[in-house]
Every structure is written in C-alpha cells, then in structure tokens.
Design a protein around this ligand. Structure first.
Ligand code: NAP
Length: 245
C-alpha cells in the first residue's frame, strides 16, 4: 500500500538490506517514492529490494559499499543517468565491532569502524551532494546513536555510562560533527542535514538485544527524511525530540 506524499521523489538508503535500513527503505517507499536499496552484497541487496517489490513498492537494488569509493562513484553515476537527481539520502550503514574497554581496543578495530561509520558517511555524502542539489528540497539523514551523545555518555549516572565503546561511540560523535558541518555549509540552500538516534532496536548489530522494533527505530529517520521547508537543519533527534550533543 503506498501513500503519495513522496511521489516522484528518489531516496537512497545505505545498508538497506536488513535491520533499520530496510525498514526505513520500506517506509519511504510506502510514501510513494522510488527507493534505492544500497547494499554491499549483491545477493542480500537484490533479496531486500525483491521483498519490497513483492509488497508493491518501487524499490531497486544499488551496489554500494560505503568503504569502496569505486562503488560509491558508480552508484552516483547510475543515479545521475537514471534519475538526474536525489531527493533523500539516508546514511544508515554502520558496524559495531568493539567489545572491550578503551585501553584494550585494537587500533585496527578503531580504523575499520571509522572507515565505515565516519569516512563512509563523508564519502557517500560528498559523492551524492551534486545530485541532492539538483532536487527541489534535498534531505540528508545521518544515522547516529544515543551513544554518540557526549552529553549522555559523559554523565556517570546516565544510562550509557556502562556502554563505554570507544570505537563505535566516538564514530557516532563524529557523525554528529559531520552533520553540523555539512548543515552549516548548506544553510541558505533547501537541503537539510540532520542526525537521527533510533533508540535501542533489536537488530543483528546488538544480537537482537534491543527492546525497540525496527518499525519504531525507523520513525525518526523517516520523519527527518520528509521534513517540510520550515523544518530544522543541523539537529540531532530521537522520537522524543532533541537529543543533547
Ligand atoms: P544492522 O542490522 O547490523 O544493519 C547494518 C547495515 O549496514 C547492514 O545492511 C550492513 O550490510 C550494512 N553495512 C555495514 N557495512 C557496510 C558497508 N561497508 N557498506 C554498505 N553497507 C554496510 O544494524 P542496524 O541496527 O539496523 O543499524 C542501522 C543504523 O542504526 C546504524 O547506523 C547503527 O549504528 C544505527 N543505530 C542502531 C541502533 C540499534 O539499537 N540497533 C541504535 C543506535 C543507532 P551487511 O548485511 O552486508 O553487513
């Protein structure tokens, strides 16, 4: 079943073959847009796009490994030739590898985490920005986390004090910084850039320990992807409102 509020629009979601990304893709497509299911693995990507198509949605797989510039460039060239613009970019792909206190973290895990969660967001945003500029009102949503909030993780009595994962948490703080900096550059254009905290959602990322559903986790990013012209930019939000940086 599809609504028509995003009719004629094109959305790209990275890491959309499963988890919250797949659900974001589904909900955006249900609003009537063409959704591009970004995935690094062809089989997983085709399967996910096929699932959405079987639900009557306009979904297409696009090969996109956010750590591989050649796939990013090829995807941007394909979107340019096929659609000439991109209305919505959701930087959702991420990994969480660290399981140790900071002092025991292997630097290779830090590097790999930043490659995907930080440099991946930068590279994809940079490559697709020319196409977002061609859209009427481009929207960029960066998937952050409550664990990226220094205000929350630095509070010894806060709910995240025990989740002291240097690689993952600091990568999400960096995503927050990227969000502010791209939003600052793009102020004065119709493009809005915001960070989304989906809450603790049961997915493969946390061996399904999260207590929220993917439907709940997709709520804030989808809302930010559909912001009206008078909506915020350069902000950090969850379902309850503004998250402190
Ligand atoms: P997930 O189920 O593990 O899904 C992550 C997705 O990212 C998968 O599709 C994965 O693809 C993809 N991915 C990883 N590396 C990639 C790469 N190099 N290129 C392209 N795609 C790549 O995790 P999730 O929980 O849905 O997470 C979605 C987003 O929400 C992430 O940004 C995460 O940090 C954020 N988040 C999640 C929670 C939570 O509680 N779950 C909380 C806060 C924030 P493969 O299948 O190929 O591995």
């Amino acid at each position: 079943m599809s609504d028509s509020s995003l009719k004629g629009k094109v959305a790209l979601v990275t890491g959309a073959n499963k988890g919250i990304g797949l659900e974001i893709a589904r909900q955006l497509a249900q609003q009537g847009c063409t959704v591009l299911v970004g995935a690094r693995d062809e089989q997983r990507g085709e399967e996910a796009a096929g699932k959405l198509k079987s639900e009557g949605l306009d979904a297409r797989y696009v090969r996109l490994d956010v750590t591989d510039q050649s796939t990013i460039d090829a995807a941007a060239n394909w979107v340019e030739s096929e659609f000439q613009k991109l209305d919505i970019l959701v930087n959702n792909a991420a990994i969480g590898l660290d399981r140790t206190p900071p002092s025991q973290l292997d630097i290779d895990i830090l590097r790999r985490t930043y490659d995907t969660n930080v440099f991946g967001v930068f590279a994809v945003t940079k490559a697709f920005l020319p196409l977002l500029r061609k859209a009427e009102a481009g929207r960029i949503v960066n998937m952050s986390s409550g664990l990226g909030s220094l205000a929350q993780t630095s509070d010894p009595k806060g709910p995240f004090a025990e989740v002291n994962l240097l690689a993952y948490n600091s990568s999400k703080s960096a995503v927050n910084a990227l969000t502010v900096q791209f939003a600052t550059e793009l102020r004065g254009t119709p493009i809005k850039v915001n960070a989304a905290d989906p809450g603790y959602v049961a997915t493969d990322l946390n061996e399904h320990r999260g207590y929220r559903t993917v439907e709940q986790g997709a709520q804030t990013p989808v809302r930010l992807a559909m912001l009206p012209a008078d909506g915020p930019t350069g902000g950090y939000f969850n379902d309850e409102g503004v998250v402190p940086w």
